[in-house]
Design a protein around this ligand. Structure first.
Ligand SMILES: Cc1cc2nc3c(=O)[nH]c(=O)nc-3n(C[C@H](O)[C@H](O)[C@H](O)COP(=O)(O)OP(=O)(O)OC[C@H]3O[C@@H](n4cnc5c(N)ncnc54)[C@H](O)[C@@H]3O)c2cc1C
Length: 441
């Protein structure tokens, strides 16, 4: 049967006995250890069509790999077909029209590098080895979000292969329902072989400021940080962290600060409002290129660790939430980033992404190597995040680490989920694309 596929296939087919199989089935989260029956490394859109048709005819479950960074390792299906898009990774930029055409398997770094050649960018996530595909389809947050909206807000059109193998151009005028669903609804509706993005002249510079506090001082500092939100310009993203820093002897501390994308001198003007806050033990302010900002966490977020993450949107940040944020267990870290700005300009219901009104995004994640620690690490992360639950309005579909339907329900409003299910019935009634954070038809 595979022979039939090979005849019309320009990419590479990898079976369990083939060289490249182990690398082909491995993803960012080392907890994921599943063995697909076949890996189809597609080279073009026709390959994607052939692979979907082959998989369906053979009765195989299909997983689609963009950058392989979903916490659940969604693309890797035990005994199924792994449709790998890493061969569709080209990025073409037209500086005149400020557009980028990006392959469905490209990584964020490729998009940023190609666009920055012209001082352009669009909102992309903070780790350059993350896939454009999954990140954009779930929404896409990053240091430009308050300035330019979510990554999905900057998509002009999609080329999409449906469950039936039809190739559609999807934009505001063609298949508008599907266009709505692709802006936050994840990989449920087909395989995107190309994204067309709007780019923006953001320049090539950034500025980052952090103030570090002993935990006992951090409560006061976070209260004052909260008071700055209303007047924060869109080019700044306020950030707070709790964790351990080597330079402070590995003891648990907290930091507050902001990331600025644009002219560093303008960013520096925010410093006085931060430097008056509490009694920091240290402070750091640095200019860097936008590309360095985008790659700054690449090593810390390396591949090959076992991972678990909890993400929550907070609608408010009262003192009790500050206390809960400051209470992670040993070896745990967490981050809060301010939402709003251009992300909140898009009215609720105008795209499938349901959390336009969130005040803050909270994320905590753990990384470890020993499988024997899985239960304790996951348990500790859940317990810590549960402390923030009373203030949460839901979760971001792209940070879901638990494979249960409740998690998906919390990623969308009831109205958005109902509409998503109706669109799913129209484009994928038999739920071919269910190795996703699944919207059931
Ligand atoms: C280190 C790290 C940093 C992160 N930072 C951010 C961040 O700053 N901002 C943010 O918003 N998120 C961030 N995330 C979350 C990220 O958005 C999700 O993990 C996302 O799923 C990654 O997409 P991927 O293509 O790499 O993953 P994959 O595991 O390959 O895919 C995830 C899902 O998307 C589907 N999919 C992927 N590509 C396509 C495609 N072309 N067509 C159809 N379906 C597709 C897959 O089938 C699967 O269901 C981060 C994650 C990690 C691990």
């Amino acid at each position: 049967m595979t022979d039939l596929l090979i005849r019309g296939f320009d990419g590479v087919l990898i079976h369990p006995e083939d060289e490249g199989y182990e690398a082909g089935r491995s993803v960012w989260n080392a907890i994921v250890d599943r063995r697909p029956a076949l890996i189809a490394k597609c080279a073009n859109t026709a390959d994607v069509v052939a692979a979907i048709r082959y998989g369906r005819d053979a009765g195989m479950e299909i997983g689609v790999r963009g950058g392989g960074h979903s916490f659940l390792g969604l693309p890797v299906v035990e005994g199924g077909l792994l449709l790998d898009l890493s061969g569709l990774a080209t990025v073409r930029v037209d500086p005149g029209t400020r557009r980028a055409w990006v392959g469905g398997g490209a990584l964020l770094g490729a998009l940023d590098i190609a666009a920055q050649r012209y001082g352009l960018a669009t909102t992309a996530g903070n780790v350059s080895h993350t896939g454009v595909g999954g990140l954009t389809l779930g929404g896409g947050t990053g240091w430009l979000g308050r300035q330019l909206g979510l990554t999905c807000d900057n998509v002009a059109s999609y080329q999409l292969v449906t469950a039936d193998g039809d190739v559609l151009r999807v934009d505001a005028n063609n298949h508008p329902n599907l266009f709505w669903a692709l802006r936050g609804g994840g990989g449920n509706f087909g395989v995107v072989t190309e994204f067309e993005f709007h780019l923006h002249p953001v320049g090539t510079q950034a500025f980052v400021a952090d103030f570090y506090y002993e935990l006992k001082e951090a409560r006061t500092a976070l209260r004052a940080w909260r008071d700055l939100f209303a007047d924060t310009p869109r080019r700044a993203t306020p950030v707070a962290r709790v964790g351990q820093w080597d330079e402070f002897g590995g003891r648990r501390m907290a930091s507050i600060g902001f990331v600025w994308v644009g002219d560093p001198d303008e960013g520096r003007q925010l410093l006085p409002s931060y430097s008056g806050i509490g009694r920091p033990v240290a402070q750091r302010a640095r200019e860097l290129s936008y590309l360095d900002l985008q790659m700054g966490d690449d090593d810390a977020e390396q591949h090959a660790l076992r991972r678990y993450c909890k993400g929550l949107y907070l609608r408010e940040f009262p003192d009790q939430a500050i206390d809960a944020f400051l209470a992670p267990g040993n070896e745990m870290s967490a981050r809060l980033t301010l939402n709003g700005g251009a992300m909140a300009d898009v009215p609720p219901g105008a795209s499938a992404y349901s959390h336009r009104d969130a005040l803050l995004e909270f994320t905590t994640s753990a990384g470890w190597t020993d499988a024997a620690e899985d239960e304790t690490r996951v348990g500790a992360t859940r317990t810590y995040a549960a402390g923030l639950e009373p203030f949460a309005s839901g979760s971001y579909v792209n940070t879901i680490s638990d494979d249960d339907a409740t998690a998906v329900r919390r990623a969308y409003s009831t109205a958005d989920l109902t509409r998503l299910a109706a669109i799913k019935r129209q484009y994928d009634p038999t739920n071919v694309f269910h190795h996703t954070l699944n919207i059931r038809p």
